[in-house]
Ligand binder design. Structure first.
Ligand code: GN1
Ligand code: MG
Length: 375
């Protein structure tokens, strides 16, 4: 149990001006523990974001933080060069009193401190196609800001994170072990995964063959990792950079569609509500191609619909694997939560398969109208 008093002790390890006022937990992510800190400085409230890094997921805090610092510094410099407000539009890692990027507590757990992006919200669901267009623009812009960053210099902090072939292998291993005797309960889900085995190697094979360029990849491009301005409702800043690694633009695009084009929540029980909304698919694609289209290859653009399906399938396999393993990776709110999440993801894959030709046509039309190119 982490008390306010404990958090207060942790904050003393960082160089934070002003007086500590309060700490409030934020419960949106599945991985880290996050707190909003309030400080009083000369009668003004100043906020920070404190996070305890999940040691099960991120084994190497040093490399994780090195990736984040190099990417945020690079983005920050670009924002300054473009005349933007870098304090508001970029994350900054605040140093510890010892000048480090993070603090390690007595239990060996790593804590880090960021500026808090104020007057902003991070949406959990897509409220309108306009908002989703902006989300596409924001992630495309992130890709663009980093297009001349040497992606290969980043550490691969979670090896093979979006290697779908490997995720499939992990699922097969968990089926084999069946540590919780749950395999018998999920025969249909397992059959669904096996039937799509061939899809899992497509992108990794193309990387190996040099057919897709390595990019700085965010790797967790859910809508709620974008901060939007409360008033203008325009995107301000991309957050949750824990999984920034070398990867594919397709991972980021696909994961955004997986999360944002779904007409239901990730853990919706009524699967009849799950579908890929093509209006939303189009809105995101247009936003994304507006900011990133010219820096992408035609091969990348041609694979946007496939990547959407693949990232959804991969996420479903991950939820299923974790269910079989006894819910040890994703935090769950109740028994069976991971399986419920797997169901929505697989239902979304099935719907995307039905709509695949339409997704391709939408992508081709947007590419031609926005970038004047074909694939
Ligand atoms: C995790 O913590 P959160 O919710 O931002 C996961 C993503 C999954 C997502 C599914 C490091 O992200 O890969 O797509 O849950 N992050 C990690 O909701 O595994
Ligand atoms: Mg997140």
């Amino acid at each position: 149990m982490i008390t306010d008093q404990f958090i207060h002790e942790i904050t003393k390890q960082f160089l934070i001006p002003g007086t500590f006022v309060a700490c409030e937990p934020i419960h949106t992510g599945h991985i880290n523990n996050t707190y909003k800190l309030s400080y009083a400085i000369d009668g003004n409230d100043v906020f920070y974001l404190l996070q305890k890094i999940n040691p099960q997921v991120f084994k190497n805090a040093e490399q994780l933080m090195a990736n984040i610092v190099s990417v945020t510094s690079f983005v920050r410099n670009k924002i300054i060069a473009n005349g933007g407000d870098s304090d508001h539009e970029a994350l900054h890692v605040k140093p510890t009193a010892e000048g480090k990027n993070y603090f390690v507590d007595d239990e060996g757990l790593a804590w880090r401190l960021y500026n808090f992006i104020d007057n902003a919200f991070s949406p959990d669901s897509v409220e309108s196609p306009e908002l989703f267009f902006e989300a596409g623009y924001a992630f495309g812009n992130f890709q663009n800001l980093l297009c001349d960053f040497p992606a290969e210099k980043l550490y691969e902090t979670i090896p093979m994170f979006h290697n779908t072939a490997n995720r499939y292998k992990n699922l097969c291993a968990s089926i084999e072990k069946d540590v919780c005797n749950r395999v018998a309960l999920v025969q249909d889900e397992i059959a669904f995964a096996h039937a799509r085995k061939d899809d899992t190697a497509v992108l990794v094979d193309m990387i190996a063959d040099g057919k897709l360029p390595l990019r700085v990849t965010h790797n967790d491009t859910k809508l709620n990792n974008i901060m939007f301005d409360n008033e203008t409702r325009k995107p301000i800043c991309i957050v949750d950079l824990d999984t920034v690694m070398p990867g594919l633009s397709l991972y980021d695009f696909g994961d955004s569609i997986r999360f944002g084009s779904n007409t239901a929540a990730e853990d919706e029980l009524d699967l009849s509500k799950v579908s890929c909304d093509l209006t939303l698919y189009e809105a995101f694609t247009r936003g994304y191609l507006t900011s990133a289209g010219d820096s992408l290859t035609a091969t990348e653009v041609s694979l946007l619909p496939f990547a959407s399906k693949l990232m959804t399938f991969e996420c479903g396999m991950r939820f299923l694997t974790d269910y079989l393993d006894g819910d040890i990776y994703f935090s769950t709110k109740h028994e069976g939560h991971n399986l419920e999440r797997c169901h929505t993801q697989f239902a979304l894959v099935a719907d995307m398969e039905k709509k695949f030709d339409q997704m391709l046509a939408i992508t081709a039309k947007a590419y031609s109208e926005i970038c004047g190119k074909t694939f």
